[in-house]
Design a protein. Structure first.
Length: 243
């Protein structure tokens, strides 16, 4: 499940068997498979570094989730986080020197950013709201994410990862907004949102990275989720109706 193709032409994926989930890598040319995680852990959500040399994934071995790093050709994975609470939601910075993630290490779901070696970690938020779907801007100094606002509705926020750590709410919609992704020039954010209440389809929207009135990109009876923007800045999406 969930294949991820890295810059070195290797594919990482999850292998599910029974109640276990493991991370493996396959070379599509030779079909050689490398087991990354161990049978003693539950491993999910493999994400390649931009240079394709390091794979980050989420591992559960002692009742909570930590982030592990596997360097291609360098042996066993090593922990990036080793704290109480859950550490999840891996997002590599564009230059590969940092990883943003969410953690409950301080009792609430906040966002953090750490250096690639895990030696310098900065807490980015300090609110009890649930936070999800982290996406870095190409400038490497801002991230977008979705989090519940004061009413409990999921909205899109933009946060600076350098001092001062300023956060701005970008959407203020009546219904849930989630899964933000950036245009390559950092000017706009594309995200998915429901048009009305529960059990109604989601569609894609575009909004300036500083906020404003969103523009709808897709319509119809099927839900559109998980937007991705190509290198030329064009829009792509997954439609439940066509999947």
């Amino acid at each position: 499940m969930y294949p991820a193709w890295g810059a070195l032409n290797l594919i990482a994926y999850e292998h599910h068997e029974g109640n276990s989930s493991q991370i493996s890598i396959v070379d599509p040319n030779t079909r050689t498979v490398i087991a990354v995680s161990s049978p003693q852990e539950v491993a999910v959500h493999a994400v390649w570094s931009p240079d394709g040399k390091t794979l980050a994934y989420e591992s559960q071995t002692n009742g909570h989730w930590d982030i592990m790093l596997y360097k291609v050709g360098a042996g066993l994975p090593t922990p990036l986080t080793q704290t109480a609470g859950d550490n999840q939601g891996i997002a590599w910075s564009p230059n590969g020197n940092q990883i943003a993630f969410r953690s409950t290490r301080n009792g609430q779901p906040d966002l953090y950013v750490t250096s690639r070696d895990g030696k310098r970690t900065v807490r980015l938020t300090n609110t009890p709201a649930t936070k999800r779907d982290i996406a870095w801007a190409a400038d490497g100094v801002r991230i977008a994410y979705d989090a519940d606002d004061a009413s409990g509705q999921s909205q899109i926020y933009v946060l600076s990862v350098v001092e001062p750590l300023k956060s701005a709410q970008i959407t203020k919609t009546q219904y849930p907004s989630h899964a933000p992704t950036w245009r390559c020039d950092n000017s706009q954010i594309v995200y998915s949102a429901q048009e009305s209440g529960v059990n109604t389809p989601s569609h894609l929207y575009r909004v300036a990275s500083t906020g404003g009135t969103p523009t709808v990109l897709t319509i119809g009876a099927s839900s559109d989720e998980a937007p991705a923007i190509g290198a030329s800045g064009g829009n792509a999406n997954r439609s439940d109706g066509a999947r």
